[in-house]
Design a binder for this molecule. Structure first.
Ligand code: KG4
Ligand code: ZN
Length: 338
């Protein structure tokens, strides 16, 4: 039986954020420190894997030390150490996994490997510690877009996913073609507040077809529109693109919620920081008498606290992860690599 107040340190290095979070009892965030590498990658217009791994190596010890100081703890207060083991960039993941295992070994405490998407899902439990499955979850990040029905802890049914670009990838690519820099999500979100979402009628790909998503056609539609109407307000294009993307996400999410009959609807992943998506999910949930759980924006984007929160569950359900486990770049939700 896992100590209900166990303190877990979670390391997240799957992409371009070097992050460490410390969480007690699965939901009490003692600290969450995030060193973003955005400036390093911005001039390349996207994340460069080699640059990311090197930066993680340079940043991780400082982030770790700061997380302990901010929590007012030392390594001796930790009950377990967790690291994101996949999916993500191989070299980047290896940094976090190595740090996690080394720390666990040094303190003689369990190591727990955590799936990144499961981490995003468990950010909801940081928002609402008493949250309980069943719930239907929309996970939207730079690499993934999926609707998951969580029947119980560790029991997931993936109802739909993207057949091409992830939602965050679409935001990033559209921002790039509008000359707005990287990462695109936050810039489009900001510009869209000053634009007219009905200015351009962009397509809503696969809106009436099941739970899978396709965003590459929408991106191309924006590209063609910009080429043909170069003089249009960038705010209007940003708002219209965002409205189309959010429309598809929200429509499919609530269609799934209706079909499975879950009383709770949850958002997670970097794109869940989007103002319009959050607003639409809250409104729609309220209209249908459902319980919406949307983590605060800093807990939606990559962080270490979500890894520690998920690890608490993994540890109590399946126990520690073997020290022989590695990093799994293509790891899928609910698969067990070790
Ligand atoms: O979960 P995350 O931090 O990293 C991955 O696991 O990929 O998600 C990053 C993605 C990026 O594509 C970024 O542009 C997007 O989330 N994002 C947003 C917003 N903030 C971050 N997209 C739309 N609106 C936002 N406010
Ligand atoms: Zn993520």
């Amino acid at each position: 039986m896992t100590d209900p107040d166990l303190t877990i340190l979670g390391v997240e290095t799957s992409c371009d954020e070097t992050a460490v979070g410390i969480v007690s009892g699965g939901a009490d965030v003692r600290s969450s420190v995030i060193a973003s590498q955005v400036d390093l990658h911005a001039r390349f217009g996207g994340v460069v894997p080699e640059v990311a791994s090197r930066a993680h190596t340079q940043l991780v010890n400082g982030v770790l030390a700061q997380a302990l100081v901010e929590a007012g703890l030392t390594g001796h207060d930790l009950g377990a150490v967790a690291a994101c083991e996949g999916p993500g960039l191989a070299g980047a993941l290896l940094v976090g996994v190595s740090v996690g295992k080394a720390l666990a070994l040094a303190h003689g405490i369990p190591y727990v490997g955590v799936n990144h998407m499961e981490g995003h899902l468990y950010a909801a439990f940081l928002e609402e510690p008493d949250l309980a499955p069943p719930m239907t979850v929309l996970l939207v990040s730079g690499g993934h877009t999926m609707i998951v029905h969580m029947e119980d802890h560790g029991r997931y049914r993936v109802l739909g996913q993207t057949v091409d670009d992830a939602a965050g990838e679409a935001f990033d690519k559209v921002a790039r073609l509008l000359g707005l820099g990287f990462p695109g999500g936050p810039v489009i979100d900001r510009l869209a507040t000053r634009g007219d979402p009905s200015a351009v009628a962009f397509p809503r790909p696969m809106l009436d077809e099941g739970y899978d998503f396709s965003f590459s056609g929408l991106k191309t539609a924006v590209l063609v529109h910009v080429r043909d109407h170069g003089d249009e307000q960038v705010e209007d294009i940003a708002a219209s693109f965002q409205e189309a993307a959010v429309d598809v996400l929200v429509t499919k999410l609530f269609r799934a919620v209706e079909e499975v009959g879950a009383p709770t609807v949850v958002l997670g992943g970097g794109v869940a920081a989007n103002t319009r998506l959050r607003e639409r999910v809250f409104d729609e949930a309220e209209r249908r008498g459902l319980h919406p759980v949307v983590p605060s924006p800093v807990m939606c984007t990559d962080n270490g606290a979500m890894i520690a929160a998920a690890a608490f569950q993994v540890l109590s359900r399946v126990g520690p992860t073997s020290m022989r486990a590695g990093a799994y770049p293509g790891l899928r939700l609910a698969s067990h690599p070790h």
